[in-house]
Design a protein around this ligand. Structure first.
Ligand SMILES: CC(C)(COP(=O)(O)OP(=O)(O)OC[C@H]1O[C@@H](n2cnc3c(N)ncnc32)[C@H](O)[C@@H]1OP(=O)(O)O)[C@@H](O)C(=O)NCCC(=O)NCCS
Length: 448
């Protein structure tokens, strides 16, 4: 029974993401190390699951260890400069062989029908092609990189066409010049260029390690592109390449309009699903805008607002509100959105004539309480009140009186509720009325 309830809760909590990810383009990049790992087929199952949920999926694989293995067999030392391979004729031959082999292996895994797996019976179409037009990297610091190249252009129209036909697009880190030359590229660079060219919703790196903060020893859960830049400057020497390269790619992608880049450690089982279908994820999210956004509500936020407040109404903490009432008053509501979900809301019903505003429907999702989000909502209300030149804020509360008192509100007589706002008072609830005056001369409230 407990298991059943857990299952129902889990399924319900992941369903908003299933809906949100459908028809979105995700570019997933993983190194050749992931392909060599014994549990790689688990990731393939998850790719298949994403495909079946309607995600437009582009996979970009690496071939670094596969090239090194081939070179080792030939008794040749790999040659790197500034973390990039110098590709001579022998290394290029190894790169071509490795790219071909890895691509065929992934195609085979995606073709398996995946019996005895969560994706039994799924039929996945995989497409590859000459989508990357490349040019030579040339000579840097006096070092000739040979056949190492960089992306010149992505044939995004061809990729979109295949995605439109419900194919998963599989790409290797090789590119071609218009004169028929082949170049060895970095998988991270290809994935980033593809995500930018396709205007992908997400760029996801399955990395070899977690992105750990040297200060806290914990995984960094989220950063803006700017914070990622500062993080790299501050910790340049202590961040391993496994995080540094994807972070650099994430910054580039964000600056070029890809809203979200995720870094998830491929060694954790089911990491893609945990990152994409749970509220907090498990990896590091680099986004161009702050992860949480406080903004005025719109009509399509009503579902999220109701989900948040219905349990509180049932407990008698908030007064009951009909959906229609929220719809008509939606301009009064503000919401705190986190990765597409509403995690806090509040209404400010203003009466400009009386220069009074009433705060109502303040709620923070239980998982996110105790981190000053309530306080942030209140500050937003002060700012709005200041902009509307209101003199006083009121709130009716049954069980949160103390919280407001600690934030400068004081109990006041019910008569102080202006006539025009009396409809907000329900005598059965026996709420207390609290008030706080807005100091219109205090400029800092505007920016608090
Ligand atoms: C009240 C509420 C909005 C606060 O949100 P929040 O993001 O946790 O707020 P903050 O982080 O800014 O403040 C947390 C502090 O308030 C305290 N607090 C929370 N609820 C409280 C309450 N009902 N009475 C007194 N203090 C309360 C917490 O203990 C914490 O104090 P601490 O840090 O000293 O432990 C949130 O608890 C909530 O949604 N409650 C249910 C709905 C509700 O009561 N709404 C108000 C209707 S009038």
């Amino acid at each position: 029974m407990i298991f059943q309830n857990e299952f129902i809760n889990w399924f319900r909590s992941s369903s908003p993401y299933i809906h949100a990810h459908r028809n979105k383009t995700f570019v997933v990049c993983f190194g050749g190390e992931a392909v060599l790992a014994e549990d790689f087929y688990h990731h393939v199952h998850d790719f298949a699951l994403l495909d079946s949920l309607g995600v437009r999926l582009v996979l970009v694989h690496g071939i670094r260890p596969q090239i090194d293995l081939r070179l080792a067999k030939l008794g040749v030392e790999p040659n790197y400069h500034h973390h990039l391979r110098v590709t001579d004729d022998t290394a290029l031959q190894c790169a071509k062989e490795a790219a071909g082999l890895v691509r065929v292996e992934i195609e085979a895994l995606l073709s398996m029908g995946l019996a005895n797996s969560p994706m039994a019976g799924a039929k996945i179409k995989v497409a590859s092609g000459n989508f990357v037009i490349a040019k030579p990297l040339g000579v840097i610091d006096g070092v000739d990189y040979g056949h190492t190249g960089e992306v010149r252009r992505i044939d995004s129209a061809a990729i979109h066409q295949l995605l439109d036909q419900d194919s998963v697009v599989l790409m290797s880190p090789v590119g071609y010049s218009p004169s028929g030359e082949v170049f060895n590229l970095s998988a991270e660079q290809v994935a980033t260029a593809v995500a930018i060219a396709l205007k992908a919703e997400k760029l996801i790196f399955l990395t070899e390690g977690k992105c750990i903060s040297p200060e806290t020893g914990e995984t960094v859960a989220q950063m803006t592109a700017e914070e990622a830049h500062t993080f790299l400057l501050q910790h340049n020497n202590s961040i391993p390449d496994t995080s540094r390269l994807p972070l650099l790619a994430a910054i580039q992608a964000c600056q070029a309009g890809v809203l979200r880049t995720h870094l998830v450690c491929r060694k954790q089982s089911g990491v893609l699903l945990l990152e994409l279908f749970t509220r907090d994820g498990v990896g590091t999210l680099v986004s161009s805008t702050p992860f949480e956004e406080l903004r005025t509500a719109a009509l399509n936020d009503i579902g999220g607002i109701l989900e948040l407040i219905r349990p509180l109404e049932q407990q008698g903490i908030l007064a009951k509100r009909a959906r229609e009432k929220i719809e008509t008053e939606i301009a009064d509501y503000i919401v705190l959105e986190r990765d597409g979900l509403i995690i806090a809301c509040m209404a400010l019903h203003a009466n400009r004539q009386c220069r009074v505003g009433v705060i109502a429907c303040l709620a923070v999702h239980p998982n996110y309480r105790g981190s000053a989000r309530g306080e942030r909502m209140l500050n937003f209300a002060y700012r709005k009140a200041w902009q509307m030149e209101l003199q006083r804020l009121l709130v009716l509360s049954t069980r949160t009186v103390q919280w407001f008192i600690e934030r400068g509100f004081a109990p006041t007589a019910l008569d102080n509720l202006p006539e025009a706002l009396k409809t907000l008072y329900n005598p059965e609830r026996n709420s207390k009325l609290l008030a706080k005056d807005i100091d219109l001369s205090r400029h800092h409230d505007k920016n608090s």
